[in-house]
Design a protein around this ligand. Structure first.
Ligand code: SF4
Length: 335
């Protein structure tokens, strides 16, 4: 039987964070009402051990390296018996770029933290300022360099549709983050959460919501930029939770299947480009994509195939999966 592995998330919402980003309500995003303590870590790992053979522990939310050092040590220490027993294969934390130093990374490494996730959000300093982030793009570049130098894996998080941004700026952020060669990225289109400063700005007419359709238009080329660079996209869109779906997301780009909408758009554009590049208008087309990407190419309720059929006047259009790179969309007979 294949060994069962799972990621055990422990949320440290807002704990240790000196900032007030306009969009932030970590409690709603994480679904967690209180900051984690060592007992929570032990309980989460105990629960995971009952149903899996290996686990990775992930401290999400807040800014882990901005927490007082003794709290970091107590949380990380709680996991060590599971690490020593071999059940816990790795640990990861998420934090702010300006809360990363070589010394803090050394501490994490001594407790087995192999992956550091940085909330870069934007590489446009004006957007960072208008969003109340309290750090600059240079902080992100430096933190990325320190993480690499410490031999840890680097994951970068970005947001689209923040205050003061436009699509070109979001695309530049994608390109600059890809140039930092992260081991993975997460893309979060901005969602307006109840009770945040962003909600007040929006209701006062000082911020225009990043709609789901805008997020799809923006994230498709951003995602393409990462995929072409061979950088895995670990998450696209906020994880759907009962709180968010139940009314805490008051506006912006919240959709439980946002990632699928973005990928469908991305593959639609790739297919359009491939058909247009044919020497003659085709009557029938078979699109070749990587096996796991067949449903992304097909689109929700075959929407992509219907759109292409109508747009190019095709008699027939099909999708075939194969052993292709994930960013490929080719036409059979035209590889
Ligand atoms: S840095 Fe993170 S935890 Fe702190 S306010 Fe901003 S988003 Fe929230």
């Amino acid at each position: 039987m294949t060994p069962r592995r799972r990621i055990v998330p422990v949320f440290v919402p807002h704990l240790g964070c000196p900032n007030d980003c306009v969009f932030c309500d970590q409690r709603t995003i994480s679904g967690s009402l209180h900051p984690a303590c060592p007992e929570d870590v032990r309980a989460a790992l105990e629960k995971a051990r009952a149903v899996s053979d290996y686990a990775e522990l992930a401290f999400y939310g807040g800014s882990f390296t901005a927490i007082p050092e003794e709290t970091q040590i107590s949380l990380l220490s709680a996991a060590q018996p599971w690490r020593e027993s071999g059940f816990l294969t790795s640990l990861r934390v998420s934090t702010r770029p300006d809360a990363v130093t070589a010394e803090k990374l050394r501490l994490l490494r001594s407790f087995g933290v192999e992956t550091v996730e940085l909330g870069a959000q934007s590489m446009d300093d004006r957007v960072l300022r208008l969003s109340g982030r309290g750090h600059t793009s240079a902080d992100t570049e430096k933190a990325a360099e320190l993480t690499r130098a410490a031999g840890q894996k680097l994951v970068l998080q970005m947001m689209t549709g923040l205050p003061g941004v436009d699509r070109a700026s979001d695309l530049r952020t994608g390109e600059r983050l890809a140039a930092l060669r992260p081991d993975g990225v997460r893309i979060y289109p901005t969602v307006i959460l109840r009770g945040t400063a962003l909600e007040r700005l929006w209701r006062a007419g000082k911020y225009r919501a990043h709609t789901v359709s805008e997020a799809v238009e923006t994230c498709a080329p951003v995602a393409d930029c990462f995929l072409r660079a061979g950088i895995p996209i670990l998450r696209l869109g906020l994880n759907p939770t009962a709180e968010l779906s139940g009314g805490e997301a008051v506006g912006g780009a919240y959709h439980p299947a946002l990632g699928e909408l973005v990928y469908a758009k991305l593959y639609l554009e790739k297919a359009r480009a491939a058909i247009r590049a044919l020497p003659r208008p085709p009557r029938r087309v078979t699109l070749l994509v990587a096996d796991p990407c067949v449903s992304r190419m097909t689109g929700l309720r075959r929407s992509n195939l219907l759109a292409l059929r109508w747009e190019f006047g095709l008699e027939d259009i099909r999708v075939k999966g194969g052993a292709f790179p994930s960013e490929t969309v080719a036409i059979e007979g035209n590889l």
